[in-house]
Design a protein around this ligand. Structure first.
Ligand code: SF4
Length: 393
C-alpha cells in the first residue's frame, strides 16, 4: 500500500479513486504492487489510518540521509508557506465578517417590514404573505448568524472554520486572504531536503526555536545553524534557540515606522557596552535610569535630560513631542546585536535562505497544482507534506 501511495505522489495522482483505476490498468503499478488492486476506500483508509507510519517512513528516509553524511554542514533554512485548506472562505467566520452579515440581514428585514406597511397601497408590490415569508426566512438566517457570533466570540482566536475547524483565514499575498494552513519547513541548505516540518494555523512569528529543535533532533546535531527571514524575528524565541545550542541568523525588522515618518529611528542611537550608555545622533549619552518588565522581558530604560533635548537643534528631525528621548533595551539585547553582526559578516545568508526554502515549496505547489488539500484537520494534512518534496527531489 505504501508503494502504491508513493507512486501516486510521484506521479501527481492525489485522488484515491484515480489510484484505484491506475492500479487496475497501469502496467508500472501492476508490476509495483504485484497486481494488488485495492479499491478507493482501502486506499483512502490507508492514508487516514497510517499517518504515524507514513511519517516514520519519512523520518527513516532522513535518518538514511544523515547516516550517509549528507547533513554534515548542519545548516537549515526555516520558512512557512500558506497552503489552501479544503475550507471555503464563505465557511470561515470572524467577528468583523459576522458583524457585516448581521447588519446586512437586519437591513433587509427592515426593508421588507417597510414594504409590508405599504403593500396595500402599492399595486406593484409583492403580496403581504410573500413578504412575511421572506421576513421569516431572513429572521432565521439572522438567528443562525447570531449563534455563530456566540461561537466565534467563545473561540480562543475569535475565528471559526466550519468545514475544516483547524484551518484559519490567512494573508497569502498582499491583501489577498484565504483559508489556509501555514506549513513550516526546515530545509537543509546543501541538498534542499526537508528535514523537519510542521503544519500550523498561525503566523511564522515564534516558530523558530520549535523548528530548530525539530531539526536538531532529525539531524542529531545540536550545533545547528538556523536561517530565517524577518517574519521569525522574536527576541525571546531567538534567545531560546541560542540557549539550545543553535546559531541563529534572522534579520531585524524595524516596526517603529520611524523611517516612514521621516524621523530618526532607534538604529541611529549606538549602544556603548563598556559604559552601558546609548549615544544619540548629537553625540550625547543616554544613561540608564530604571528597569521594567514588558511581555515577559526585562527592559532597561535609558534617558537624556529634558533640557539637553529641548535645546538640541536635531530634535525637530525626529519628534515634535516635548519629551526627552528614551530608549528601552532588553537585558539580553547584546545577543541580538551579535546576531546582526554575524549576519553582516555573511552577506550571502539571505540569498542562501531564499534559494533553499523556495525549492521545496515550489516543488510541492507545482505538484499540487492550483488545488487545495484533499484532507482536513492537522493530523491528516500533516501526513505527507515532506514526502511529496523529498520524493520528487
Ligand atoms: S534631541 Fe536629545 S536625543 Fe535627540 S539628538 Fe538631540 S540631544 Fe540627542
Amino acid at each position: 500500500m505504501l508503494k502504491l501511495y508513493l507512486y501516486g505522489y510521484l506521479n501527481r495522482i492525489q485522488s484515491s479513486r484515480r489510484l484505484e483505476r491506475e492500479a487496475q490498468r497501469n502496467i508500472e503499478l501492476m508490476w509495483l504492487t504485484r497486481r494488488l488492486a485495492p479499491d478507493f476506500k482501502t486506499i483512502a483508509d490507508f492514508r487516514k489510518d497510517n499517518s504515524k507510519g507514513i511519517k516514520n517512513a519519512c523520518r527513516t528516509f532522513i535518518d538514511i540521509c544523515r547516516k550517509l553524511g549528507m547533513f554534515k554542514d548542519a545548516v537549515v533554512a526555516v520558512d512557512g508557506s500558506k497552503f489552501k485548506a479544503v475550507n471555503n472562505k464563505s465557511k470561515n467566520y470572524t467577528p468583523s465578517k459576522l458583524k457585516f452579515h448581521i447588519e446586512r440581514v437586519e437591513k433587509h428585514i427592515q426593508e421588507y417590514l417597510n414594504k409590508l406597511d405599504t403593500a396595500d397601497n402599492d399595486e406593484f408590490s409583492e403580496s403581504k404573505e410573500t413578504i412575511s415569508q421572506k421576513i421569516d426566512a431572513l429572521k432565521s438566517t439572522l438567528e443562525e448568524f447570531k449563534e455563530l457570533k456566540k461561537k466565534v466570540e467563545a473561540a480562543p482566536d475569535k475565528q471559526i472554520s466550519e468545514t475544516d475547524p483547524d484551518s484559519r483565514l490567512m494573508k497569502v499575498k498582499g491583501m489577498i486572504r484565504q483559508v489556509s494552513y501555514n506549513i513550516q519547513s526546515a530545509v537543509d541548505t546543501k541538498h534542499h531536503l526537508i528535514v523537519a516540518h510542521k503544519v500550523t494555523n498561525e503566523t511564522d512569528h515564534g516558530k523558530l526555536d520549535e523548528m530548530g529543535r525539530m531539526s536538531q533532533e532529525a539531524l542529531q546535531h545540536k550545533e545547528l545553524t538556523v536561517i530565517a527571514d524577518k517574519g521569525y524575528y522574536s527576541a525571546l524565541d531567538i534567545k531560546n534557540a541560542l540557549d539550545e545550542g543553535m546559531d541563529v541568523l534572522v534579520p531585524k525588522t524595524d516596526t517603529s515606522g520611524s523611517d516612514k515618518k521621516g524621523i530618526f529611528n532607534r538604529s541611529m542611537f549606538k549602544y556603548d557596552r563598556e559604559k552601558d550608555v546609548y549615544i544619540c545622533p548629537a553625540n550625547k549619552e543616554l544613561t540608564y535610569r530604571m528597569s521594567g518588565i514588558e511581555r515577559g522581558m526585562t527592559l532597561k530604560r535609558y534617558f537624556l535630560d529634558t533640557k539637553t533635548c529641548r535645546d538640541c537643534e536635531l530634535k525637530p528631525s525626529y519628534t515634535k513631542s516635548s519629551h526627552n528621548r528614551r530608549i528601552a533595551r532588553w537585558e539580553n539585547e547584546n545577543i541580538l546585536e551579535d546576531m546582526q553582526k554575524r549576519l553582516i559578516a555573511q552577506p550571502d545568508t539571505m540569498l542562501i535562505r531564499k534559494q533553499t526554502v523556495e525549492h521545496p515549496f515550489g516543488t510541492i505547489k507545482m505538484w499540487m497544482g492550483s488545488t487545495h488539500f484533499l484532507t482536513k484537520r492537522f493530523k491528516n494534512v500533516s501526513t505527507l507534506r515532506r514526502f511529496s518534496h523529498n520524493l520528487w527531489h
